[in-house]
Design a binder for this molecule. Structure first.
Ligand code: F3S
Length: 449
C-alpha cells in the first residue's frame, strides 16, 4: 500500500501512540480489502455511542484512546446516544445508565467531537458534497450520503470511524471506488408506493433480496415520490404552507443543509427526502445496502453512471409481504415511535398538525437531532406536541435507548427499520404502518383497524 510521508510518520509513532493506533486500524482494514492507498475524508460520523451497546468494556476502550491525547482532525459528529442528554430523567432513564452515558459523551468531547448525536447529520449542518470522501458509520446515514448526496463512504464500524476522525483519512476501497458503485440489481417496482411506510416496506423487501448489493430502482422516479409528498398532506395548499413554515430564516448550518437539499432535489422537497431516508434505512436493516440508485432521482442515476446492463432483474409487484413480516398481531399499543431515522422539521410539523385538539393515551416519542428539536421549539411545534401529551426527544432513538428498562411491551411505528429491530433489540411487539395510523394508535392506545 502506498503511504504518504505523513502517513508513514503516523505509523512510526512520530505523532504519538493514539494516532499510531488509529492509522494502524485504517491500514489493516485497507490491507484486508486490497486498498492501494489512503484517502483524506471531509467529515466523520461515529457510531457506538449508546452505553447500552458499548457497555463498560467499550467505555474503557474509548477512555484509554482519549487518554493518549488524540484529537479529531475533521468535523465529526456522533450517532444517537442511549438517552436525551438533557431530559433523560423525564423519560424514566435510570441514574446509573445516565451516569455511564454521560461518561461516554465526555470522552468523545475530550477528543474534540461535538456532542451532536444523530443519524441524520445531513439535516443538521454536516452535508457532504457530491463525490466527497467521508467516513460515516450509521447505516441509514451511510445510505443517504452515498445514494442521495453522491458522497463516498463505506459503512464504518465505531473504531474505524474514530480512527478516520483522528487521522483525517480512510482506506480507499469499497464504495470509495467507481467500480463498486455500479448497480448489481435492477428493481422494477410495479405497485403503488406512496407513504413513507410504503417506502420502508419496499426497502425491507429489497434489502432482504439483494443483501449487500447495489439496487437500481426503476419505476420509482420523481412522479411517484412527488405523489408520496402530496399524499401525506391534506391538500397542496396546506403543503405549501408547511414548506413556508419551515423556510430557513437564519443562516445556521442546519438551515443551509435544508436549502442545499431543496436545491439538489427540487422536485421532491423535504418529503421526498423523507421517503428516500425511509427507503435507505430499511434496506440497510434487512440487508446491508449502503448505496442505491433511483432512476431520474439520485445523482449518479441522473448522470447515467449506474451501469445496470449486467445487473440481476428483480420485480416487486406487492408490498404485502413486507407489511406482514414487520407486523405482529398486538392490538394494545404502549408506545408510538416516530423519527427513525431522526425526524426532519417537516415530519415534526406534520405530527404537530395532526395532533391539534387531541390528547394521546399511549406514550408518543418523536426522536430527532437536538438541532432539529431546537428549530421545532423555536417554531412552537414542541409546545403543540407536548400539549397533546407527546414528546420530542433529542439525541437518542428507540433502538439504542434502554427501552426494556421502561416496562413497555408494544410499539407502533411508521419506520420499517424500527419495526425490524425493536423486537430483538428492545423486546417489543410491533405494529408498523402509516404515520396517521401510528398517531391514531397514540390517541386511542390501540392499533386501528
Ligand atoms: Fe437512527 Fe436509531 Fe433509526 S440510529 S436510523 S433512529 S434505529
Amino acid at each position: 500500500m502506498h503511504l504518504t510521508l505523513e502517513e508513514k510518520a503516523m505509523l512510526a509513532g512520530d505523532f504519538g501512540p493514539g494516532i499510531k493506533k488509529a492509522v494502524e486500524i485504517i491500514v489493516a482494514l485497507g490491507k484486508i480489502y486490497g486498498a492501494q492507498e489512503l484517502v483524506p475524508v471531509r467529515s466523520v460520523q461515529v457510531a457506538g455511542v449508546s452505553y447500552k451497546n458499548l457497555g463498560d468494556a467499550g467505555l474503557e476502550f474509548l477512555r484509554e484512546w482519549a487518554g493518549q491525547g488524540v484529537q479529531v482532525r475533521v468535523p465529526t459528529t456522533l450517532n444517537p446516544a442511549g438517552m436525551d442528554l438533557a431530559r433523560w430523567r423525564e423519560l424514566g432513564i435510570s441514574e446509573e445508565f445516565a451516569r455511564k452515558q454521560m461518561a461516554v459523551i465526555e470522552v468523545f468531547e475530550a477528543m474534540g467531537i461535538a456532542p451532536s448525536c444523530s443519524c441524520t447529520p445531513y439535516l443538521t449542518g454536516n452535508l457532504p458534497a457530491f463525490g466527497q470522501h467521508i467516513a460515516w458509520s450509521e447505516s441509514s446515514a451511510v445510505s443517504f450520503a452515498n445514494s442521495v448526496l453522491g458522497a463516498r463512504t463505506n459503512r464504518e464500524g465505531g473504531p474505524s470511524a474514530l480512527a478516520a476522525a483522528i487521522t483525517g483519512r480512510t482506506a480507499r476501497y469499497g464504495l470509495h471506488l467507481d467500480e463498486n458503485r455500479r448497480a448489481t440489481h435492477v428493481i422494477e417496482v410495479r405497485c403503488p408506493v406512496v407513504s413513507e411506510a410504503d417506502f420502508g416496506a419496499l426497502g425491507y423487501l429489497v434489502g432482504r433480496r439483494v443483501g449487500d448489493g447495489v439496487p437500481y430502482f426503476k419505476g420509482l422516479g420523481k412522479s411517484q415520490m412527488a405523489l408520496a409528498g402530496r399524499q401525506t398532506s391534506a391538500s397542496l395548499r396546506r403543503e405549501r404552507s408547511v414548506e413556508r413554515s419551515v423556510e430557513p430564516s437564519s443562516g445556521s448550518d442546519a438551515d443551509l443543509s435544508l436549502r442545499a437539499l431543496r436545491r439538489d432535489l427540487p422536485e421532491l422537497g423535504n418529503r421526498g427526502q423523507g421517503t428516500l431516508k425511509a427507503l435507505g434505512a430499511a434496506m440497510a436493516a434487512s440487508g446491508a445496502v449502503a448505496l442505491y440508485h433511483v432512476e431520474g432521482v439520485t445523482p449518479e442515476a441522473r448522470a447515467g453512471n449506474v451501469g445496470a446492463a449486467e445487473a440481476e432483474a428483480v420485480v416487486i409487484d406487492s408490498l404485502d409481504e413486507g407489511y406482514a413480516a414487520l407486523n405482529s398481531p398486538v392490538d394494545q399499543i404502549d408506545l408510538v415511535s416516530i423519527g427513525c431515522p431522526h425526524a426532519s422539521l417537516i415530519e415534526i410539523e406534520e405530527v404537530a398538525r395532526w395532533l391539534e385538539g387531541k390528547r394521546v393515551r399511549a406514550k408518543l416519542w418523536i426522536t430527532t437531532a437536538r438541532e432539529t428539536g431546537e428549530r421545532a421549539q423555536e417554531k412552537g411545534l414542541v409546545e403543540r406536541i407536548e400539549a397533546a401529551g407527546g414528546r420530542v426527544v433529542a439525541d437518542t432513538c428507540l433502538v439504542v435507548a434502554p427501552i426494556e428498562e421502561l416496562g413497555l411491551r408494544s410499539m407502533a411505528t411508521n419506520s420499517a427499520k424500527a419495526a425490524f429491530y425493536a423486537p430483538t433489540h428492545s423486546g417489543l411487539e410491533v405494529r408498523f404502518g402509516r404515520l396517521e395510523q401510528c398517531l391514531e394508535a397514540a390517541v386511542t392506545g390501540r392499533w386501528p383497524g
